[in-house]
Design a protein around this ligand. Structure first.
Ligand code: ADP
Ligand code: ADP
Length: 232
């Protein structure tokens, strides 16, 4: 589902070039929950953000669902991103919009009609179990609820892939457990391919079938935990 071929990243900074990632190749299969683990600054987010081209690779190619994103026009990339959802440590919800309107946001951008949007938002609120919070603003929600709204927003466009950047790092242990369980649920229920970045081995071990270990800008190891409960 996702192939990185010899992908590297050099950031241009005011102090000169900084090599955040030496060429990395990896393959995430359809329906897998794939973990990327390593210490802070290792290059995990950089790898994840290249999977939807939020970060442009300096070399190499990024192929998602058969499409070479590194060669897409801006217009093609906008279309491709509809089937790549993403969630973040700090949720990044729009504070002046309700939960329902946050979820509707990507659908507005994609040009969906108001009637279809309302239907889809309702479905997404049901998926994350927050029907009763449709009219709440982010400030009125707990951390776990905010992450569920962010997940619902990511699912709105029916993506094939969900990219998760430290999705539980701002949450307490109990809420972390329930969000991880939920991530596993949507993997099973929709056969969705999931990539999960974390600095916490416990988090990654709980849900991931395969794990890439990143250290100082290189991929040093890929582990197969041999889980059989994930989609083919
Ligand atoms: P991780 O997710 O493992 O914590 P990142 O991928 O965020 O690591 O960062 C890898 C390295 O690249 C770090 O040293 C970080 O400081 C650097 N870096 C990340 N983004 C930028 C940027 N936009 N400009 C310059 N350096 C960056
Ligand atoms: P948690 O301990 O899980 O983070 P909170 O204590 O933040 O949960 O919230 C518990 C409940 O109170 C949630 O259902 C949330 O929607 C509600 N809530 C939290 N903050 C507010 C607020 N500022 N206004 C209204 N409801 C709130």
């Amino acid at each position: 589902m996702i192939t990185l071929k010899e992908v590297s990243k050099t950031y241009r900074t005011k102090d000169g070039d900084f090599s955040a990632l030496v060429p990395v190749s990896l393959e995430v299969g359809e329906g897998e929950i794939f973990g990327i683990i390593g210490q802070s600054g290792a290059g995990k987010s950089t790898i994840l953000r290249m999977m939807n081209l939020l970060e442009k690779p300096s070399t190499g190619s990024v192929i998602v669902n058969g499409q070479n994103l590194s060669q897409c026009t801006p217009r093609e990339l906008r279309v491709a991103r509809r089937w790549i959802g993403m969630i973040f440590q700090h949720f990044y919800l729009l504070q002046n919009r309700t939960a329902a309107d946050n979820i509707a946001f990507p659908l507005e951008i994609s040009g969906m009609s108001k009637k279809d949007r309302e239907k889809r938002v309702k479905e997404c609120l049901e998926i994350v179990g927050l029907e009763d919070k449709a009219s709440s603003y982010p400030a009125q929600l707990s951390g776990g609820q905010k992450q569920r709204v962010a997940i619902a927003r990511a699912l709105a466009t029916e993506p094939k892939v969900l990219l998760c950047d430290e999705p539980t790092s701002a949450l307490d242990p109990q809420t972390t457990g329930s969000i991880l369980e939920f991530i596993r649920d949507i993997n099973k229920r929709f056969g969705m391919t999931i990539v999960l970045v974390s600095h916490d081995m416990e988090v990654v071990k709980q849900v991931c079938g395969k794990i890439a270990v990143v250290e100082k800008g290189s991929l040093i190891e890929t582990l197969d935990l041999g889980r059989r409960d994930q989609q083919p």
